[in-house]
Design a protein around this ligand. Structure first.
Ligand code: A3P
Ligand code: MG
Length: 279
């Protein structure tokens, strides 16, 4: 692959690869055969669709930029000793929202990020059922593409909405961390006013913040680095931020464990969330 491939060309190649992975997922989703669900060592579900998407993504990404390796949820994990030598790598969740895939809600995504020195600098999140793709590149903005066309996306300011009496709009998981989110909702309600909370599966939640359709995604339950990197790149390119409960930016490949800390996806970084979120 051409070393001089610019970001625009690179993001198009990644979108094309994610779209093919999405087609492999839809082949399983739309098949009349009964879906077999296996359980992985960490107790999470895996299906033929996760593996089919991985088989499209891993070899294609490995060829995109010379010397840039691939870390996918559906592969044997390299040791931290090996990973810590990587300056840049592709991090991949072939099917995020496997539980939603099994429940047939459509809320599942293909996720690919390029991480450079711990920072997700390019991200693509593809939603196969809707045929929608979100993409973001550090310093170059973010966009959403669908059959209807392409639009630049941007996070939205919060204070004018509060001044107009609008509810603070949260997105949260369907399956994880509900109790802690309920407590946070109570705190926000007593300090900022009404809150509307929408539950959804997968990295789509980060994308809703990126496109200015939600103000905050609190993730007060475990995730792995492949669940967040691509959508974090989209959020950051759209002007938002993703921080842990100490208000430090979420970073990648810094430790042996691939588990993320609990985190918050914030649409308006100029709004002072710190006191409410670090209580
Ligand atoms: N105990 C746990 N440890 C690590 N990650 C977990 C986890 N429980 C759930 N997750 C992650 O949360 C993701 C689902 O999030 P959500 O509830 O927002 O849809 C899962 O993605 P996968 O579907 O790719 O396995 C999984 O990676
Ligand atoms: Mg996942």
């Amino acid at each position: 692959m051409d070393r001089a491939l610019d970001n625009k060309a690179l993001v198009e190649r990644v979108i094309e690869i994610c779209t093919r992975a999405g087609e492999a997922i839809l082949d399983v989703y739309n098949s009349s055969a009964e879906l077999q669900v296996d359980t992985k060592a960490d107790d999470s579900p895996v299906t033929a669709a996760d593996l089919a998407a991985h088989k499209v993504l891993a070899p294609a990404l490995a060829q995109l930029i010379d010397g840039v390796p691939v870390l996918s949820e559906e592969q044997e994990m390299p040791s931290f000793g090996e990973r810590s030598q990587w300056q840049r790598y592709w991090i991949v969740d072939p099917l995020d929202g496997t539980k939603e895939f099994i429940r047939r809600t459509g809320e599942f995504t293909v996720n690919v990020a390029l991480v450079d020195k711990g920072e997700p600098v390019l991200g693509v999140v593809h939603v196969p059922v809707l045929d929608i793709t979100y993409a973001g590149v550090k310093g170059a903005g973010a966009f959403k593409r669908s059959a209807g066309g392409e639009e630049e996306i941007r996070v939205r300011p919060l204070q004018p909405r509060l001044d107009a009496g609008a509810a603070v709009e949260l997105v949260a998981s369907r399956s994880h961390g509900a109790g802690a989110v309920d407590q946070l909702v109570e705190r926000i309600e007593s300090s900022l006013g009404s809150v509307a909370c929408k539950n959804m599966g997968s990295s789509l939640k980060l994308c809703l913040v990126a496109e200015g359709a939600a103000d905050l995604y609190p993730r007060l339950a475990p995730t792995c680095e492949w669940d967040t990197a691509a959508a974090q790149a989209v959020v950051e390119a759209a002007g938002g931020t993703v921080v842990d409960d100490q208000f430090q930016l979420l970073r990648y490949n810094t430790k042996d464990s691939l588990l993320n800390p609990f985190f918050y996806v914030i649409g308006d970084p100029s709004f002072d969330w710190r006191e409410l979120l670090t209580k």
